[in-house]
Design a binder for this molecule. Structure first.
Ligand code: HEC
Ligand code: HEC
Length: 296
């Protein structure tokens, strides 16, 4: 502290005795309470060093008398989360698909799991949210190639479609119109008839001629007389107008139909059991897909 102090006439405070070019420094000490808080924080910090991990030592660091460790904390949190998950997982293993959708908590758990597995494994083909893409069916609408009940969906996911698994869903649309089977005019009429089934026809006279070609070639055997489709053989409902091989506008759609008749595409989906998804995960997926909007 300065010794050479005097009272400042304007503020009534003492000065520190420092003076520069006639400017004097007032002595304004820190408030008592502030100083005490400052001392307390110092004491607190020393206590903290002692009980928590703090200073480096020659061969490591001071671990603190509490033995706390951020990694131990994370492990504990994970163990707790795992335990909570385990309860649901073991429930899920034993539950039937119907049980799952009846139990609200279990359903939410399954949906969350199903969504993340779906995004990881299925969205690449079926799109996020199952909206579908050219050749990959929309899973969020109520049109199903192979059936939309919980069990149908589970079977499709488990064994897949047109793959080498012995339980895979199988069917094959034969190729028509290669060589001399159907000529261009007949293909045009047939495509017009197929379009007319979903009221998208552009030429009623051609569609009328196409009707006969449709039945004489046995298209109705798989797709149904009125184009209602057949889930036993995965034959799309042509009358729904929700195309698996979808084009932007009617003219291009007609070309798609003719192309399918000449060169059926026979889409393939892997068996997810063969891909290593376990039964509980496949149940989560089935429940999730069923919930997307079209579940039966
Ligand atoms: C490599 C692309 C591909 C992947 C990945 C894929 N799918 Fe598919 N999926 C297809 C194709 C192609 C079809 C339609 C095949 C056909 O019948 O013409 C299909 C059909 C389906 C169907 C039947 C739809 C119906 O209308 O009956 C379901 C359900 C389905 N997929 C679910 C899934 C789930 C769940 C996953 C992820 C675990 C998945 N798919 C991953 C290609 C894929
Ligand atoms: C043996 C059963 C079978 C017969 C017969 C058959 N189809 Fe198909 N058709 C299918 C199946 C299965 C698919 C879907 C799988 C694939 O090939 O991609 C399909 C797909 C189609 C599609 C595509 C539908 C879409 O949503 O994009 C059209 C169009 C079609 N068939 C028209 C015909 C016509 C026309 C005939 C008769 C000349 C015919 N089919 C005969 C089974 C059949």
């Amino acid at each position: 502290m300065a010794t050479n102090t005097e009272k400042d006439t304007v503020s009534g405070q003492y000065t520190t005795g420092h003076e520069w070019d006639g400017i004097k420094e007032l002595n304004t000490p820190l408030p008592r309470w502030w100083v005490w808080v400052f001392y307390i924080t110092i004491v607190w910090a020393v206590g903290y060093w002692v009980v928590y991990p703090s200073w480096p030592t020659m061969n490591g660091y001071w671990a603190g008398t509490f033995g706390w460790h951020s990694r131990t904390q994370v492990v504990q949190d994970l163990e707790q989360a795992q335990a909570a998950k385990g309860v649901y997982l073991s429930k899920l293993k034993d539950a039937s698909l119907e049980d799952i959708i009846k139990d609200k908590d279990l359903l939410n758990f399954a949906l969350a799991g199903g969504r993340s597995v779906f995004n990881e494994n299925c969205a690449a083909c079926h799109g996020v949210g199952g909206v579908g893409a050219y050749g990959f069916p929309n899973l969020a609408d109520d049109q199903w190639l192979w059936g939309g009940t919980l069990d149908d969906i589970k079977t499709t996911i488990t064994y897949g479609i047109r793959n080498t698994n012995p339980n895979s869903r199988q069917s094959e649309m034969p190729a028509f119109g290669g060589g001399d089977k159907l000529n261009d005019a007949q293909l045009n009429d047939l495509a017009e008839y197929v379009l007319s089934l979903s009221k998208n026809g552009t030429d009623p006279a051609a569609a009328e001629r196409g009707r006969a070609i449709f039945s004489s070639n046995g298209c109705d055997g798989c797709h149904g007389e009125t184009g209602e489709g057949n889930q036993a053989v995965g034959a799309p409902a042509l009358a729904a107008g929700m195309w698996l091989y979808k084009a932007k506008e009617v003219k291009a759609q007609k070309a798609q139909i003719i192309s399918q008749i000449q060169n059926p595409k026979g889409g393939v989906m892997p068996s997810w059991a063969d891909r290593g998804l376990d039964d509980a995960t496949i149940k989560e997926l089935a429940v999730y897909v069923h919930s997307l909007g079209g579940g039966k």
